[in-house]
Design a binder for this molecule. Structure first.
Ligand code: NAD
Ligand code: AHE
Ligand code: ZN
Length: 381
């Protein structure tokens, strides 16, 4: 029979707004269609800290956060055919079931496979239960975004695992599990930014800077980079921004939108919100070009916040759209992005501000991201 379970370490979020607690957890073996993985490296995304701060309407506690990671398969549950122990994977919060009956997987228009979304949103595996138990209290802990990578060991759905080349450095390509892939895909997939266009990016964290990088690769002629934290401008310029704007430092109380319209006459061809601030989302839409401008919402807004604009902004030719994971079909496209990074065609290095060792460093990474001083902090477990 199975050996007695032995515990692993995890960074537990017991309650909103409280620091993570490094404690032992029992991680149950994978059930049918699931895989158990050892997390090798985890990068911290704003969405983790937003959820820890209690802003996610779907946020459940106690839980194990984390969704930007590289991992190695330990064992697989019944019926798993695409993975074997030892495989390297990037956990993906947007799965890809590839079932012939899945109209989303079958459509080239979207990556939003809904196969396990309802249980994922309830913090549970697809059978409606959790694999995590606190050693200290005996309580069950919720999963998060189908990943829960703030744990040395976690359990994932097979359809959430992008299998990647074993030679790819997990402490770097873990960034492709969320933010950087999202920024690139927003430009290339969701908006299909054309050569010669103008682009404005609001919010210069890893997501916004990946938008800058992708826009430059797409041949954008002008890239306006906007952030209230001017310390982000150096990285933005290095990645291709042609003009950096601090909205708090504009003359005569001008807004970033007014500044952009003044610089361009009719607005910017493509604008991106990478802040999650609904006021900024409105400003980004209204900075889009009369007649054809497209504005893409990438940022995730806090519970209770809604977007608004005058319908006239749409009547006069602007399009408001949004993206989840940059439109990438996870199991198909993430391995391809990893290969492009390995070939040196794309670089994730500019986004890694610091690398820390040991899961106990996760709290330090949270503080650093909160302070605005860093892009991505990678923690090697
Ligand atoms: P981050 O915290 O590293 O960066 C956010 C940046 O926005 C910071 O540089 C901050 O100074 C800037 N900012 C904040 N308020 C601003 C304002 N009013 N005006 C201008 N700049 C402002 O975050 P990140 O990890 O890069 O993520 C960015 C956003 O994207 C978050 O909302 C995150 O939840 C979301 N996200 C969405 C997806 C998706 O699939 N749609 C994927 C990843 C992240
Ligand atoms: N749970 C929130 C929404 C959170 C959200 O929108 N998440 C983004 C990914 S953020 C990655 O860092 C997303 O892709 N959402 C699609 C999905 O299916 O969750 C809420 O408002 O309830
Ligand atoms: Zn994320």
């Amino acid at each position: 029979g199975p050996a007695a379970p032995w515990p692993d370490w995890a960074a537990i979020a017991w309650r909103a707004k409280e620091p993570l607690s490094i404690e032992e957890v029992y991680v149950a073996p994978p059930k049918a269609g699931e895989v158990r993985v050892r997390v090798i490296a985890n990068a911290l995304c704003h969405t983790d800290t937003y959820t820890l701060d209690g802003h996610d309407p779907e946020g459940l506690f106690p839980c194990i956060l984390g969704h930007e990671a590289g991992a190695v398969v330990i064992d697989v549950g019944e019926g798993v055919t695409s993975l074997v122990p030892g495989d390297h994977v990037i956990p993906c919060y947007t799965p890809e079931c590839r079932e012939p009956s899945c109209i989303f997987c079958a459509s080239p228009k979207t990556n939003l496979c809904p196969k396990i979304r309802s249980t994922q949103g309830k913090g549970l595996m697809p059978d409606g239960t959790s694999r995590f138990t606190s050693v200290r209290t005996g309580e069950k802990l919720y999963h998060f975004m189908g990943c829960s990578t703030f744990s040395e060991v976690t359990v994932l759905s097979e359809i959430s695992c992008a299998k990647i080349d074993k030679d790819a450095p997990l402490a770097q390509v873990c960034l492709l599990g969320c933010g950087v892939s999202t920024g690139w895909g927003a430009v290339w997939n969701t908006c299909k930014v054309e050569a010669g266009s103008s682009v404005a990016v609001f919010g210069l964290g890893a997501v916004g800077l990946a938008v800058v990088q992708a826009a430059k690769i797409a041949g954008a002629r002008a890239i306006y980079a906007i952030d209230t934290n001017a310390s982000k401008f150096e990285a933005a310029r290095a990645l291709g921004a042609t003009d950096c704007i601090d909205p708090s430092g504009l003359p005569d109380g001008q807004t970033a939108t007014q500044a952009l319209v003044a610089k361009t006459t009719w607005g910017v061809d493509f604008t991106f919100d990478c802040t999650g601030n609904t006021g900024v989302m409105r400003g980004a839409l209204e900075a889009a070009h009369r007649g054809w401008g497209v504005s893409c919402v990438i940022g995730v807004a806090a519970s209770g916040h809604e977007i608004a604009t005058r319908p006239f902004q749409l009547v006069t030719g602007r399009t408001w759209k949004g993206t989840a994971f940059g439109g990438w079909k996870s199991r198909t496209h993430v391995p391809q992005l990893v290969a492009r990074v390995q070939r040196g065609e794309l670089s994730v290095e500019p986004f890694i501000s610091l690398t820390l060792d040991g899961i106990e460093a996760t709290g330090e990474a949270v503080k650093a991201l909160h302070s605005g001083a860093i892009l991505r902090a990678v923690v090697r477990y």
